[in-house]
Design a protein around this ligand. Sequence first.
Ligand code: NAP
Length: 333
Amino acid sequence: MKAVVITKPGRPEVLVVDERSVPVVQDDEVLIRVYAAGVNRPDVFQRKGNYPPPPGAPQDIPGLEVAGIIETCGASVENWKPGDAVCALLAGGGYAEYAVVHAHHCLPVPVHFSFAEAASLPETVFTVWHNVFQRGALKNGEHFLVHGGSSGIGITAIQLAKALGAKVFATAGSDDKCEACISLGADLCVNYKNENFEEVLKSQGADVILDMIGGDYIPKNIRLLRIDGRLVFINTMKGNKVRQVEGQPLDEVDFGLIMKNRLTITGSTLRNRDVGFKAALTREILENVWPLMNEGKFKPVIFREFPLPEAAKAHELMESSDHIGKIILTNAW
Ligand SMILES: NC(=O)c1ccc[n+]([C@@H]2O[C@H](COP(=O)([O-])OP(=O)(O)OC[C@H]3O[C@@H](n4cnc5c(N)ncnc54)[C@H](OP(=O)(O)O)[C@@H]3O)[C@@H](O)[C@H]2O)c1
């Protein structure tokens, strides 16, 4: 089969098409003929050599989510049959003609969704469901803030939080991105390049914050949390440590606020979680999120599609951060 492989750590050009054997299904796995694969920021980190795949996952083929048709089922698979249209969460290997995945990590393609739309869902929906609703325990009527509101994660978090009854705030790096966040249901979006999000939001505060930025956002997030607030990290793109912003005094974290306001600080990474955890998450998502998809209450946002051999261009676009929503690769080899 054809696959896009990472030849060595580096710039987008290290992604090239190569020939690989079609993966063989284990008893509890299915083989999917890939029609579309989602691009996620972790794929960029993997390409640069900063996010190694877990043991057992394809080591040089990136791709954490796909949609397509089941070609073969392992001997003990009972919930799918060849010909079923599915989307799936992978630990890697999505940028290829075929991918294998545990049968319990697949979901049906939602009603009226294209393969490209279905491929845009698994990585962000699984990440948001676990971090915002399980770990962050966001409830109806609470205030929710997501940084990077126009990212693949952001557009998913805004829509799910809104659909489940939260008041939603976002931050993003341009007025166009803020408009997109509002059109998806955010009640307020702060263009962080023009305004200090802490100043804008401090009168309202947040019960749950989903942060992928870290760095100088850490003390601001902690001050913004309301009583019993939860801060959930899924990345720290501006650094794991609180940093001094040039020209400003160091903004230290006040740990006293954690006691005074009974705060919880947590976070997680999805890719290295075990098969059972991901299967349980799949079941919960099928029950709680898939009805929203099937009823048209969640809008996939695809910024641009590229044929799989042009994966390098897709990564360049992602690194420019000019996109709003998801970038998808299609099986036009
Ligand atoms: N923990 C997990 O399990 C997990 C799973 C999936 C994704 N993630 C993380 O979630 C984040 C979003 O992923 P995604 O695939 O949705 O990414 P994406 O679509 O590429 O979005 C990232 C956005 O972050 C914003 N940003 C702000 N500061 C940035 C900085 N210093 N460097 C780069 N971007 C910055 C950019 O928008 P602005 O113009 O608004 O700045 C950019 O568009 C990533 O950090 C990813 O690693 C974590």
